[in-house]
Ligand binder design. Structure first.
Ligand SMILES: N[C@@H](CCC(=O)N[C@@H](CS)C(=O)NCC(=O)O)C(=O)O
Length: 201
């Protein structure tokens, strides 16, 4: 399999962590791809023009990260990162959505603050993304004490989201008012799959 990826994409990092947690790293060849390059051919695999995009051994292109992660999880016989059914499945999918939502808001904020020309920036839009991130982090602060030692798709996504906030918005200091989440992340970030996939800017 080939994974079209970028060294700083938190969504691609999710896939790399999942591949490692599932013991599939040897079967997934990373293909560095700059989604924003004018001459990229990414659109032929993913019409949405985004990384990550997984090319399966059968030549099918899969996107986006939740789909790729669940596909990788279907390829091994160990503990499943996506519980098959019941309340634990919905809890994990909900947590994945929360982590992906933090990422969506953080990426939107980065586009607005770094990529968009200064005279075209919209402060109200940035504040809207900040508010979504704050609320989501506050919810994680309340809930993370109940996760125990679980490191399934929900926790993987949250770890990638927190890593991205550290990479791009260090000054926002999400840890200051969220000691429980900070404590959880301190344990998560040294896990081999998370440490090995740390973003390289
Ligand atoms: N929902 C997608 C989001 C992927 C995404 O936004 N990737 C970014 C890189 S971090 C990208 O390729 N952006 C290019 C673009 O928006 O044109 C997923 O989970 O895979």
């Amino acid at each position: 399999m080939k994974l079209r990826t970028s060294p700083t994409s938190p969504y691609a990092r999710k896939c790399a962590v999942v591949a490692m947690e599932c013991g599939l790293s040897d079967r997934v060849e990373p293909v560095p791809t700059n989604a924003f390059a004018a001459d990229t051919d990414l659109g032929k695999d993913n019409p949405l023009g985004k990384v990550p995009c997984l090319i399966t051994d059968g030549g099918e292109a899969l996107f986006d990260s939740p789909v790729i992660c669940e596909y990788l999880d279907s390829l091994h016989d160990g503990v499943k990162l996506f519980p098959a059914s019941g309340g634990t499945r919905w809890a994990q999918l909900r947590l994945q959505a929360l982590g992906d939502g933090i990422l969506d808001a953080a990426v939107a904020k980065r586009v607005e603050t770094v990529m968009r020309p200064e005279d075209k920036r919209w402060p109200g839009w940035i504040e809207r993304q900040d508010a979504a991130i704050r609320r989501a982090l506050d919810l994680l602060e309340q809930e993370c004490g109940g996760w125990g030692s679980d490191f399934l798709i929900g926790q993987i996504t949250v770890a990638c989201a927190l890593g991205y906030l550290d990479l791009r918005f260090k000054d926002d200091d999400w840890r200051r008012t969220r000691p429980a989440l900070a404590g959880w992340y301190a344990t998560a970030e040294v896990r081999p799959s998370v440490a090995a996939s740390a973003p390289k800017d």
